[in-house]
Design a protein around this ligand. Structure first.
Ligand SMILES: *Cc1c(COP(=O)(O)O)cnc(C)c1O
Length: 430
């Protein structure tokens, strides 16, 4: 083990960062939750703002010297409000899971029932998994997709909601390629007096540009990560288009009714976090600014086009795409008809410098460590500048590797082709 003093550059770590940079540069990145940020987002994330403590909110801090970071955080809030047409936002959550936890803390008591999308059908851990705090402190129930269609049956969501009467319903997923019926979900929530939370972590960038249904009029509260299709630094945010008096009758010590925005602010700090990461908030502000541009609209359109072509190409080669296509940037592929597991696919593709993640498919008969499927998305490679014809080539290369995963020469040839191809594409293109 080597130990370095702070007087010298830490080559041990910087050599590894260079290695990671090369890995990202040479390969094809298809992990649906990843993207490449712009150089200015990275610069802000590595800035001196990391030195500053700023517990509280702009203009209401528990520390001195916050004049500058106040402005940074206010710009982040204002840009996010403009992006999604909001009246309120909190940009401090350190991640998507943290954003959800702050909402739960603001809206629920321990033991309350929540209803979310089935984790083994593509839901997220933070929506009630027994290994996550959301499933340990609250009582989770789930809705899922139909085996035949791969689609959510809203009537069944309603049935479960009426039977279990959760206090909060969560929509949104990590591996669902279709759009959401927020109008129907709100009717269901209203019929049992539940709060409706949308977690748009994956499709946020497409929603921002009007390419998918807008959840904000229907869902009381919306959370998202900032690093998936939104293409910002790693992080989370909580948003509302319309604030409302808290529905649970919680009052301030002076007996005033608290607004949901105030409960959510408290849910973040002091509820689940300490000081905000102002360097990351600066990077978020820059990413929101980028997302407000016409360029980002073109990017989001291309992400969606690329995903559609990719899904069609997989189907044409006999792959089982769950729900037979995609509305957003990702798709889930059941590899069982090809006689493969997700684990074999992930491991053999990485030999060719193609990164995907193995993923459970609905009604999977294998464990989470093996899985029957893989999830792929187009957000990252679209940032690098790839278009429809490149998706055809990628699916060809994937098919080549998967059908010859035990032939080292084929896999090596694909890797070589990819490394040469990627030399023409810098990490951040737009
Ligand atoms: C990615 C994701 C999250 C979690 O984000 P982290 O930043 O990793 O905590 C939460 N919800 C959904 C639906 C996600 O896809």
């Amino acid at each position: 083990m080597s130990v370095q003093t702070s007087l010298y550059r830490d080559t041990e770590i910087f050599d590894l960062i260079t290695k990671e940079n090369n890995r990202q540069l040479h390969g094809i990145e298809l992990i649906a939750s990843e993207n490449f940020v712009s150089p200015q987002v990275m610069e802000a994330a590595g800035s001196v703002l990391t030195n500053k403590y700023a517990e509280g909110l702009p203009g209401k801090r528990y520390y001195g010297g916050c004049e500058v970071v106040d402005q940074v955080e206010q710009i982040a809030i204002d840009r996010l409000k403009a992006l999604f047409n909001l009246t309120w936002a909190n940009v401090q959550p350190h991640s998507g899971a943290q954003a959800n936890m702050a909402v739960f803390l603001a809206c629920l008591q321990p033991g309350d029932k929540i209803l979310g999308f089935n984790l083994s059908h593509g839901g997220h851990l933070s929506h009630g998994s027994p290994v996550n705090i959301s499933g340990k402190y609250f009582q989770p129930f789930f809705y899922g997709v139909e085996q035949e269609t791969g689609l959510i049956d809203w009537n069944k969501v309603e049935e479960t909601a009426h039977k279990e009467r959760p206090k909060l319903i969560i929509c949104g997923a990590s591996a669902y390629s279709r759009d959401w019926d927020y109008v129907r979900l709100r009717q269901i929530a209203d019929s049992i007096g539940a709060i409706l939370l949308a977690d748009i972590s994956h499709p946020a960038g497409l929603i921002a540009k009007g390419l998918l249904n807008d959840p904000f009029d229907q869902c009381h509260i919306v959370t998202t990560t900032t690093h998936k299709t939104l293409r910002g630094t790693r992080g989370g945010v909580i948003m509302m288009r319309n604030d409302f008096p808290n529905p649970f009758g919680i009052t301030t010590p002076k007996g005033e009714v608290r607004m949901m925005s105030s409960l959510l602010d408290s849910g973040v700090f002091p509820g689940t976090q300490g000081g905000p990461l102002e360097h990351i908030i600066a990077a978020k502000a820059i990413a929101f600014g980028e997302a407000l541009t016409e360029n980002f609209y073109n990017y989001a359109i291309q992400v969606q086009k690329n995903a559609r072509v990719m899904a069609t190409e997989f189907v044409n080669r006999g792959y089982k795409v769950i729900s037979d296509g995609t509305d957003n940037h990702l798709m889930l592929i059941d590899l069982r008809p090809k006689g493969l597991t997700g684990k074999i696919a992930e491991n053999s593709l990485i030999q060719a410098d193609i990164t995907v993640n193995k993923n459970m498919v609905p009604f999977d008969d294998k464990t989470a460590m093996t899985t029957s499927g893989m999830r792929v998305g187009t957000a990252a490679m679209t940032t690098r500048g790839l278009v429809e014809k490149d998706m055809v080539r990628i699916v060809d290369l994937i098919d080549d590797v998967l059908m010859n995963h035990d032939k080292a020469t084929t896999v090596a040839a694909v890797k070589k082709e990819i490394n040469t191809w990627m030399q023409d594409y810098p990490l951040f293109q737009f």
